[in-house]
Structure formats: C-alpha cells, structure tokens
Design a binder for this molecule. Structure first.
Ligand SMILES: [Zn+2]
Length: 191
C-alpha cells in the first residue's frame, strides 16, 4: 500500500460516512481473529480526543486498519511523536494524517485570554503558535486557528522526529494535514 492508495481508502470511507451509506468493514469476529497475531494498519491518524472525532467512524474503518494517536487539540508532544514513530518504524504506515476539527474545545480554550496552568497549560502552550498565526487571517478565527494548528503539527512531525523526517525524505511516508467539518462530516485536505 502506498500513500496514494492509503489516502484513497480513507477518503472513500469518509464519503460513505458523509452519505450514511456505511460498510462497517472489519468489525466482525473473523477479523478480530485474523489479526490477533499482529497488526498491519494502513494509515496513522493523529486527531483530537474529542468524543465527536473517532477516526474509525469518520473513515468507516474497523479493527486493525488505523494506528491512532489522540490528544486534546491533536497536538504532538514527545509521547505522541514517539507513538507515531512506532507506526512508521514498526508498522511501515505509508501515511500519517493530522486531523483537526470544527468547534474544537482545546482551540477555543487557547483563544481565551485566561492563562491555564499545569498540564492543561502545556496543551495551550503548544497551540499558542497557531493562535498567533491565525490572528492575521481573514475569516472564522476558530477554524483558522485549528487549521494553523494542524499545519504546525505537520511541521513538527517533519522537523522534530528523525524517524518520520527520514521517512518523508525517502518517500516511504507522507504527512497529510486535514480538517473535519461537523456540518456535513467532510474531511478536507488542507496540507
Ligand atoms: Zn478538539
């Protein structure tokens, strides 16, 4: 499976999700049994912890299909980066999708003036760059910030991980930035 096939597979599933014509592939006991010895996910997805954004549902996939990392605001700290490195190094995923979404609570919080402390404050620090970038842009500040955050995380993946950047250079892995719209269920490729 190359990056193009993997992205097609994701987007085909998203089309089914948008229309409601779902296939629910790989949900059955046979699949569960077939993959018990090991996984061969065809894509990695870094998305938000938000209960409304589960990748298996948005892309109409099932067991063993997607290697998923979820953090509030789909940010990449060391542990998220390490997890995605495992997807590349151990499972040779051809793509990593960074998926932001409409009406994200973490983005909303980062746009507020009040400072957050502790671990939530660390999340806000990682989104701050996107907040600054989006200030200059016309249009919806919330969507713009979330999209800038996706682009920033794509750059972090390319620049802060030896394993991922090597994969990008030798074209064994492609990083894709995307945005999920609650309005119609669509996943828009943005980077
Ligand atoms: Zn969110």
């Amino acid at each position: 499976m190359n990056a193009e096939n993997a992205l097609d597979k994701l987007m085909d599933g998203n089309k089914r999700f948008i229309s409601g014509d779902l296939k629910h592939p790989n949900h059955d006991p046979k699949r569960r049994n077939d993959i018990k010895g090991g996984q061969e996910p065809f894509a990695a997805v870094l998305t938000c912890s938000d209960s409304r954004t589960p990748p298996e549902i948005i892309f109409d996939r099932g067991l063993g299909d997607l290697f998923i990392v979820r953090t509030a605001g789909n940010i990449a700290d060391e542990v998220a980066l390490g997890s995605l490195e495992l997807a590349v190094a151990e499972f040779s995923v051809p793509i990593i999708m960074v998926l932001g979404h409409q009406n994200c609570g973490a983005i909303k919080l980062a746009l507020e003036e009040t400072e957050r402390e502790g671990n939530i404050g660390k999340i806000m620090e990682l989104i701050k760059f996107a907040v600054d970038m989006a200030k200059e842009l016309p249009g919806n500040i919330q969507d713009n910030t979330a999209k800038e955050n996706v682009k920033n995380v794509v750059n972090i993946l390319k620049e802060s991980s030896e394993i991922i950047s090597t994969g990008v250079k030798d074209e064994s892995v492609k990083i894709i930035g995307a945005y999920y719209w609650f309005d119609d269920g669509r996943v828009e490729i943005i980077d």
